[in-house]
Design a protein around this ligand. Structure first.
Ligand SMILES: [Zn+2]
Length: 450
């Protein structure tokens, strides 16, 4: 045995197996807690009863239980058992050998081409592995949301476009990662960081120009009363009124939502038309029966916008960007330490000295960094939930707590969000506090002012 466990491939392999198993068993434990809560609650909670009929609640409850048990079985078989076998029997090194043998011509022996063949074979393997679960989910656990029915031709075109886009994006990423690593060597992490900085700030600049064509179409508000109320609110807090934008979304099943993003002159509050009562239309004749009556009254919409203004006022967007940079930097430091460490590659079946770049990325991000990624995700979700409470408090200070309270109840019911959840499960999964927690905080603010 080597002097340090860190240099012993056998110990590293067992460590990777322990990380993989314990991370997924933790996810299953959380899900079992959630399922236990759902089993216990058989009646609609009093709080949301006026907005959610018992019949629909029961449908949501059974759907959640079915999906929960399916996820547990799928995780046990496809993720834990298959993942352990893949690591233990050296699937990645075997696939790399297959990819090397497929590179028959001399020009194909370059690491970039072998990496592309490797990723192509691995993607097919993952696709086949996910197929039974995907088919079961599609056939046996249909979505609760009424999606727009598409023609067979439209579905085929969509699948073909998705495959082409998927291949193009994957090829670009693999080529960029392999070349970047070949060129920069030990400075790869620095290159990745600079690349992510450029992408992050590039996206911040272009997102305002992408929302209109891709997500939906910008529309003017027909409702003059709501327009006046929104103008009054934005003037009160000195937020530019024209940066509150209503979007008529292309896909009506996308749900009712509003969000704030951006900074400086690029900041926006986006309101989906689904947030407005009857999609903001006076004439409801072209709405589907399910859409009629959905959405919020004017005062409730203003309360939701006030909550979004809270995110702006507290600088949550910039704080999130900074937090993400810290997360990224720590992740890349850990990546740099582990990426060039030969015994990790030997642990998954490679001969000493063989360290394919693309396999390194898979193993490091897929297994080695799992504890960090899981904990960092937990911390970021916790921060996100703190920001939600702060934004709710901002709405309370401006006198919108009561309207926000009823708006939340209506939105949770409209978006078919199951109203009861396990606190521990939620703290590891949700970027927003549970509905019950938010309402309790709002009630506490209304009753005691804190
Ligand atoms: Zn929020």
């Amino acid at each position: 045995m080597s002097e340090h466990f860190w240099d012993d491939p056998v110990i590293i392999l067992y460590l990777l197996l322990v990380i993989h198993i314990s991370d997924n068993l933790w996810a299953i434990y959380l899900l079992l807690r959630e399922i236990h809560v759902v089993y216990k609650v058989q009646m609609v909670p009093d709080l949301i009863r006026p907005y959610l009929p018992q019949e629909l609640f029961e449908k949501m409850r059974l759907h959640k239980l079915h999906k929960g048990w399916f996820t547990i079985v799928n995780t046990m078989v496809m993720v834990i058992i298959m993942g352990v076998l893949e690591l233990y029997f050296g699937l990645y090194s075997w696939l790399w050998d297959v990819a090397t043998q497929c590179a028959i011509a001399q020009w194909m022996k370059h690491e970039v081409i072998v990496s592309l063949i490797f990723v192509f074979i691995l993607s097919i393997y993952f696709w086949i592995k996910s197929l039974p679960g995907a088919i079961y989910e599609k056939l046996c656990i249909p979505s609760l949301h009424n999606r727009q029915k598409s023609s067979v031709a439209a579905i085929i075109v969509k699948v073909i476009v998705d495959i082409i886009v998927g291949i193009l994006v994957t090829t670009m990423m693999v080529v960029a990662l392999v070349y970047l690593t070949l060129w920069l060597g030990v400075f790869t992490a620095l290159g990745l960081y600079l690349q992510s900085l450029i992408i992050t700030f590039g996206l911040m600049i272009i997102i305002p120009f992408l929302i209109d064509p891709f997500l939906g179409k910008r529309v003017t508000l027909e409702n003059t009363n709501l327009r006046t109320e929104l103008d009054n609110l934005t003037k009160k807090v000195e937020f530019p009124t024209h940066q509150v934008v209503i979007i008529k979304v292309h896909d009506p099943s996308i749900g009712s939502n509003a969000f704030f993003y951006g900074f400086g002159c690029l900041k926006r509050i986006i309101i989906f038309d689904g947030l407005l009562l009857n999609r903001g239309k006076r004439d409801v004749s072209d709405l589907s029966p399910e859409e009629i009556g959905k959405g919020l009254r004017d005062e409730q919409v203003v309360a939701v916008v006030c909550h979004e203004l809270g995110h702006w006022s507290h600088g949550h967007f910039c704080k999130t960007v900074v937090t993400f940079q810290v997360y990224l930097i720590v992740m890349l430091i850990l990546f740099t330490i582990t990426f060039s460490h030969g015994p990790i590659y030997e642990a998954v079946g490679f001969a000493p000295g063989v360290q394919p770049i693309i396999v390194g990325f898979f193993i490091i991000f897929g297994f080695v960094l799992t504890p960090y990624l899981t904990m960092a995700n937990f911390v970021m979700l916790s921060l996100g939930r703190c920001y939600e409470y702060q934004a709710d408090k901002f709405a309370f200070r401006l006198g919108y707590a009561r309207e926000l309270r009823t708006a939340l109840l209506k939105l949770y019911a409209d978006n078919l969000v199951f109203p009861v959840t396990d606190r521990c499960y939620s703290s590891w999964h949700d970027s927003h506090p549970t509905m019950i927690d938010r309402l309790e905080r709002l009630d506490s603010l209304l009753n005691y002012g804190s």
